[in-house]
Design a binder for this molecule. Sequence first.
Ligand code: PMP
Length: 398
Amino acid sequence: MTTPVTPSFPSRLPKVGTTIFTVMSALATEHSAINLGQGFPDFPCDRTLINNVNEAMLADRNQYPPMIGVTELRHGISQKIQNLYGHHYDADAEITITAGGTQGILTSILACVSPGDEVIIIEPAYDSYRPAIDLAVGKTIGISLDVKRDAAGQVTSYEIPWDALAKAISEKTRLIIINSPHNPTGMVWEKADLDRLADLLRNTAILVLSDEVYEHMVYDGAQHHSVASHPELAARSFLISSFGKTYHVTGWKVGYVAAPTALTKEFRKVHQFNVFTVNTPMQYGLASYLSNAEHYLNLPAFYQAKRDFFKAGLSKTKFKLLPTPGTYFQCVDYSSLNIPQAKLNEADFCKWLTSEVGVAAIPVSAFYENSTESGVIRFCFAKQEETLTRALQRLQTI
Ligand code: PMP
């Protein structure tokens, strides 16, 4: 008998290989490094939330929920958006529960991007956007955030590249993906930025995918400016959010997409044959938890304390700290460290930091298609104070 052979076929995603996230996490384990690379909390979620889910399971809420999501959860989300951003999404026609933000992003893209359509993304960008556009056989038009530097050449901030964005728009543009608060840089969009985007898109048929999974992590008393707070943009946007980030349950993978009826109708056609539904007890548990607004209203203060603690410790190192108005990521410029490794590219610097200093971080270059180097790396501060303290002690030795 001849040996059975697996037939070969052309990859749908030929450029996707092992990501730097996998590489860094493996390296962190190998060297027992403190993992400030991957973005997830190392502390438990609220027991109330777990009890809510347990109660739903014990109440035998374990069969398929409605395709669009559990009614109580959709209504809770509609109420939350109304309270925070002043826009009414109809819970039945305009809100769909998804298997995390990632599925919401993929499904939105598959629902509206046809072969050859152009989708503009702004790099550094979350790594699921490009492959999702590829799967839709769309064409990614990548532009880059403007990188502002001081006189010494160190990065001070990232800004929206308005000129490049205006130039990137063409007859073929179907969709623009925006992300605020932004992973990896922590930058946030202001109201004036939403106005400017609306000006650019007025009289076009261009849709917007607004990735707002960090919506409840905005600091120093500032407000998150959601596309939902901007009627003109809301009318052309898929708004993506995720309970994983907000309630410290990244492993549950439950999120939602809010979008006008016409967009939701197309979204659900794909969703139905993509996941069909999202697990029932988690949805009931989240619905009860969401009814107490304090659970998300307290989040900025909770993470701001972590950010400030981490920043205070980092200020005793030679890293140059970038502003962190949002997210649970702190970026630092390492290019002026007085060590030979300061000349390494970002990925190699992170590998050195992990294996020799014992702290894992993520190179910001990993969020660019062409690995643009800025001498900046990203730490995640969604960690217990004890973890951050140990990491800071190590970082302070550099
Ligand atoms: N968008 C951004 C910008 C993210 O950082 C993440 C999670 N890392 C997601 C979307 C996906 O969220 P989820 O885990 O709910 O799929």
